[in-house]
Design a protein around this ligand. Structure first.
Ligand code: ADP
Ligand code: ZN
Ligand code: ZN
Length: 741
């Protein structure tokens, strides 16, 4: 075999055989050593086939000419080198290695995550395709009259060559072409369908509105930036942030450079894309989860080769190679969905900052409600803050009111003043948005006779009643079962849903306001493809007057005819054990408020609470997000919480609680043994949801004054844990800069 031959060559040679270190997609935080003949010319960043265990795998060359970790005769030779050059451009190559290092993650897995699926599986990075042509002067009259497929293929090829990818629709297939090739009538050729870099074509930029003075300041600052320059663009929804992006993008494109735009959620992107398309006549692509692996790889190649001027995508798009990067934008930079919550737990925004630094390009982080981390970076002088205070264009300031619901009778969770307001706004022909972040009909099912509560058999949680679908669904593990009609404990049929979900809210509001049409926007109501788009269109066209929804309604979409926004149930976040809950609530309130209103019809926001005197709420409502954030940062500084310290979170899970707990106990002890001065370990504690999908979960918090010191503390321990785990009855993961517990 080929491997054998390579091995013979290696060992017959006099000088010591060269060893390369390869990163493989295993959880282990290290490289694997292989022998590699120098004539294969491996370079870090190229893909290689290597034998691994009983099979073979694709890995990435990490280092060449290393001194091996084990004796030479234990090393196997690599099988093949797949690439003729590193698969990622140098800056991106560095980014992936930086990220694996920073997040203390397996470098091989980080590489996998950074590449499109087909490249992980060995597809050529070059983009070569197979092209079929008729052999010039071939005599096709030799074909039998009844060889209809072959005749069809010849007829097709007479009008021009065909690429392998174009065969799908045609009345013949690859086998037909191979037969013709054997007969000497057809030839094939492997080459690349080359597009042209976008900068070689004329660029058309349609005019936008004239920037107001604040926008002009921001645009000038961004356009004047040379090299790496991070900006935080802060402005409420409708203040014209997107217009600032568009102006900066325009300059970048005119200079023949590419723009990378990261957005939190794919449901937002059609709107963004349309707006970009209206402004720029330049090839652009959207990287979203609906793409096939082939389409994804195509966008990847086109971006790498400069064929695309603009690439828009969610967090993983931060790894898209660009021939000539010129500008990186992260919209809604505070959004938690930029953080990957499993496996390689990187933060897309934070990596965008590092990437901009490596590529030496300006970076714009935009938000109405910046993350406290980003604001702290402005205070520290690392980012330049650009503020849009006026509402540009057609939006106006929203008025906030707190409604004290203590002792108030509630109908469908709504207090009398709120019901009166809804009635008044509907009566004026305006739209009303009611926000409740709980989908389903009711969060618990209770027996009215004996108090029995239906629980999830796999989680320490109660499943949600979904009346429309007649099922009980656990929102934590996804398990579902038919809605019971009898109590499991006493047999009574008096089962009632307790608490309020969006499904019930929609029913009740429809009954309370029978003359008006309601629409619900949550993950249940928008399961079918296209249903979200059609609901949004219906809202914009005024088919619906009552909008009921969860988080999904709070992001990105602007509803100019909504003049009243009601937020139910905000009290939970006020007294949460999660120190980020207040920040999240403040962001949510401002984001939801931002959906509403325009100049001639100002919006109004009503917040129901049992704690209207709570300082967070009152401050947010009277002084706005900026004042809230400034105070929250002071508090974080005093309590030494991030961003004024660095945290890491170990999580464990196991079928038995004691296994999950004892593993973290042991990790905690090892951490304590080598703790630096001021290093701090808390736990193990049960996770907020202690049991999920049948497994018990624990967590261990680690904190230190700075990120570098924290990593230096953890890194040796991780190597030690991999080689010598306390026991193997539980799994553990590490999350650096965790944002969720
Ligand atoms: P944001 O991204 O902050 O939500 P947008 O850029 O989408 O704000 O602007 C909100 C609306 O105001 C859009 O319809 C936009 O076209 C319009 N707009 C923005 N800037 C201006 C301007 N300088 N003059 C007129 N209209 C503007
Ligand atoms: Zn469950
Ligand atoms: Zn009962």
């Amino acid at each position: 075999s080929k491997a054998r031959i390579i091995a013979d060559q290696l060992f017959n040679n006099q000088s010591p055989p060269p060893v390369i270190r390869v990163f493989l997609a295993t959880p282990l935080r290290r490289g694997f050593d292989y022998l590699c003949p120098p004539e294969l010319k491996p370079v870090p960043g190229m893909r290689v086939w290597v034998p691994f265990g009983k099979g073979r795998r694709i890995g990435i060359v990490g280092e060449c000419d290393v001194s091996p970790q084990v004796s030479l005769d234990k090393l196997k030779p690599i099988e093949a080198v797949l690439d003729s050059a590193p698969i990622l451009p140098p800056a991106l190559n560095k980014l992936v290695r930086w990220a694996a290092d920073y997040y203390l993650h397996s470098p091989g897995d980080a590489w996998q995550q950074a590449l499109p699926v087909l490249l992980r599986q060995g597809a050529p990075a070059s983009g070569d395709e197979l092209f079929w042509q008729l052999v010039p002067g071939a005599d096709t009259s030799v074909l039998a009259k009844n060889a209809s497929k072959q005749l069809a293929a010849v007829a097709q090829l007479q009008s021009g060559e065909l690429s392998d990818n174009e065969l799908g629709e045609l009345p013949f297939d690859r086998a037909t072409l191979r037969t013709l090739q054997d007969k000497g009538l057809v030839q094939s050729e492997q080459r690349r369908q080359q597009g042209t870099p976008f900068w070689e074509n004329p660029l058309l930029v349609n005019p936008g509105p004239r920037p107001n003075s604040e926008q002009a300041v921001a645009i000038t600052a961004i356009n004047a930036a040379k090299g790496f320059a991070p900006f935080l663009l802060e402005g409420v929804t409708g203040s014209g942030k997107t217009e600032v992006y568009l102006s900066a993008m325009s300059e970048t494109l005119k200079a023949g450079k590419q723009v990378l735009v990261l957005v939190p959620e794919i449901s937002l992107t059609p709107q963004t894309l349309r707006r970009f398309q209206k402004r720029f006549e330049v090839p652009m692509a959207l990287l979203h989860s609906g793409l096939t692996d082939n389409e994804r790889l195509k966008v990847w190649r086109q971006a790498r080769d400069g064929e695309l001027g603009i690439v828009i995508g969610t967090r993983s798009a931060v790894f898209t190679p660009l021939a000539r990067p010129g500008l990186i934008i992260v919209d809604e930079e505070h959004d938690a969905s930029f953080k990957q919550q499993e496996g390689f737990r990187y933060h897309g925004r934070d990596l965008a900052v590092v990437r901009a630094q490596l590529e030496k390009v300006p970076l714009v982080l935009g938000s109405a409600t910046p993350a406290l981390e980003s604001l702290a970076n402005c205070e520290a002088g690392k980012y330049q803050k650009l503020v849009l205070n006026e509402r540009a264009g057609n939006a106006s300031q929203v008025r906030f009111d707190l409604i004290d619901i203590k002792h108030q009778p509630l109908t469908a969770g709504l207090s009398p003043p709120v019901l009166a307001a809804i009635k008044a706004h509907l009566g004026r022909g305006e739209q009303v948005l009611v926000f409740l972040n709980r989908r389903g009909f009711a969060p618990t099912l209770l027996c009215h006779e004996c108090g029995w509560i239906a629980d999830c058999h796999r989680c320490s949680a109660y499943p949600t009643v979904h009346k429309g679908r007649q099922r009980l669904i656990c929102h934590h593990c996804g398990s579902d079962r038919p809605l019971p009609h009898q109590c499991h404990s006493c047999g009574s049929s008096q089962l009632v849903g307790v608490g309020l979900g969006t499904e019930q809210l929609e029913n009740e509001l429809s009954a309370l306001f029978p003359g008006y049409k309601a629409v619900r926007i949550d993950r249940d109501a928008t399961r079918r493809k296209g249903s979200l788009e059609s609901a949004l269109t219906g809202i914009r066209q005024g088919q619906y007057q009552l909008l009921i929804g969860t988080q999904m309604l709070a992001k990105g979409h602007h509803f100019p005819d909504v003049t009243l926004v009601v937020l139910l149930d905000v009290d939970g976040a006020l007294y949460s054990s999660d120190f980020r809950a207040a920040e999240r609530l403040a962001q949510l309130v401002v984001q939801v408020a931002g959906r509403a209103g325009r100049a001639d019809k100002p919006g109004r926001l009503l917040l129901q609470s049992h704690h209207p005197e709570h300082p967070l709420l009152s401050q947010l409502l009277t002084n706005g997000y900026g004042a809230f954030a400034a105070n929250a940062l002071i508090e974080r500084r005093q309590t030494l919480l991030p961003p004024f310290s660095a945290q890491a979170l170990f999580r464990s899970d196991a079928l038995k609680a004691e296994d999950a707990q004892s593993l973290l106990d042991a990790i905690g002890q090892r951490l304590q043994q080598c703790a630096p001065e001021g290093g701090w370990v808390l736990g193990p504690l049960p996770a907020p949801l202690e049991r999920r999908a049948g497994k018990f979960r624990f967590q261990l918090w680690v904190q230190y004054q700075d990120k570098k010191g924290l990593r230096q503390w953890l890194a040796p321990l991780l190597a030690n844990l991999e080689e010598d785990p306390p026991h193997r009855r539980a799994n553990w993961t590490l999350d650096l800069d965790p944002i969720d517990s």
